[in-house]
Design a protein around this ligand. Sequence first.
Ligand code: ADP
Ligand code: GLC
Length: 488
Amino acid sequence: MKILFVASECAPFVKTGGLADVVGAVPKALRELGSDVKILMPAYPSVKALLKSGKSVWRSDDLFGGKAQLKSVQAEGLDLLLLDAQHLYDRPGSIYLDEAGQDWHDNHLRFGALCRVGAEVCLNGIGDWKPDIAHAHDWQAGLIPVYLKQAGASSPKSVITIHNIAFQGLFDSSTLKILGIDDDMFTHERVEYWGKVGFLKSGIALADKVTTVSPTYAEELMEPEFGMGLEGLMQHRRVDLSGILNGIDLDVWNPATDKALKRNYTARSLKRKAENRAEIEKRFGLTANATGPLFCVVSRLTTQKGLDLLLDALPDLVGQGAQLALLGSGDPQIEDGFRRASKQYAGSVGAIIGYDEDLSHLLQGGADAILVPSRFEPCGLTQLYGLRYGTLPVVAKTGGLADTVIDATAENVKSKKATGFSFSPVSKEGLVQVIARTCEMYRQPELWTSMQRSAMRYPVDWGHSAELYQKLYQQMMVDQSTDDGNLK
Ligand code: ADP
Ligand code: GLC
């Protein structure tokens, strides 16, 4: 089967969050199952060097106001189609935000162009490669099904994966014309969302199938508390909706081989984690040889992630004799909060504000536990890395966090099933309690080590989920041939 992925990020080339990890990992797992995946993404400055070795497979003199070409490139075991359009993507800094931290003024064009070219690849193919399935990821790829429908194409079938419904890609209705979307598409059942053009809404409304990144989030999306205004549409698409849990790339996230660690280790040599912890203490200005657990956070600093609650819970965390090392960036208020906390609790709380891939690996390798107190979490990947690294996840019981972490209840600990700690509802009190529970378990080293081993055994690879995607694609192909049969 030939699958076209369309996405705005892909690790290791460009990444702001978990979307990139998933887009970079699933194609490899699908290849093992015999699928042939190409990833269409913008040629941002970080991938420009790859263009030189690429083969030009499509060109346009005017893609929303400038020249564009598509280059086919192989890199890091992935087949990429890089959309080289300097007027849209050749900009310094964030791929989504301008220097002032606002969305780029022309994001509708930047990602509309990605979809338009994606649809063209679907319709005409490149060389003898024509996708059987178009797989759109998040709002940036949401117009793919729109352009396909508008072209009257019955194939390929399309699927959209919702990685986070909080980001919807809403634009003024005046953008419709320049995006080349027909007026009759601007209805409540299609592209229109409260008078605006909704990229994600369009994708959900018009794709043949809709997936999201965990079974629990698939259920949650149909509720007002989580659906962010799209819960009605999600209910409407219920029969075509499924939740397929994210996995992680075990070649990249392996404590036995990870080059970013000071010391590698396995489930049988967990004591070696101590060297990584010592390195973290040095880097984060924490007191050495503390007796309590070291918690870490690796996260975007936003209210989604519940880290404002962690700021409130810090006196209790420190009071338990625990330490915290936080790596993250985002909301300036939360950033300032952690900067201040690292002064107030010097030696016990350390914060590095920024984005650092290697340091994120070191934190997983050296901390005892990873905190993820999210208010909502479609899947979450850092708790999966935590499981793999024997860094016990301490998580809010929501979305994919609820699906991947087995709480240390007395029963689960006894049967050696427990892999972490979870709490709900998401409140400061709940967080304080779960931190206390974690510290108490840490004081029982045998139980703690046994939990670490259970965590490291827990399957977090892509195997099963890749099979679910493959089955979904196969089902879509069957639907396709039934449709074709009906047309005859
Ligand atoms: P989300 O996609 O909502 O941000 P996920 O948990 O799915 O959350 O994925 C976040 C990804 O980004 C993980 O790979 C995590 O390690 C990484 N990450 C987040 N913040 C940072 C940071 N400041 N430095 C390095 N990696 C980070
Ligand atoms: C989103 C979600 C996160 C998920 C990631 C990858 O950014 O916030 O929970 O793990 O996408 O699917």
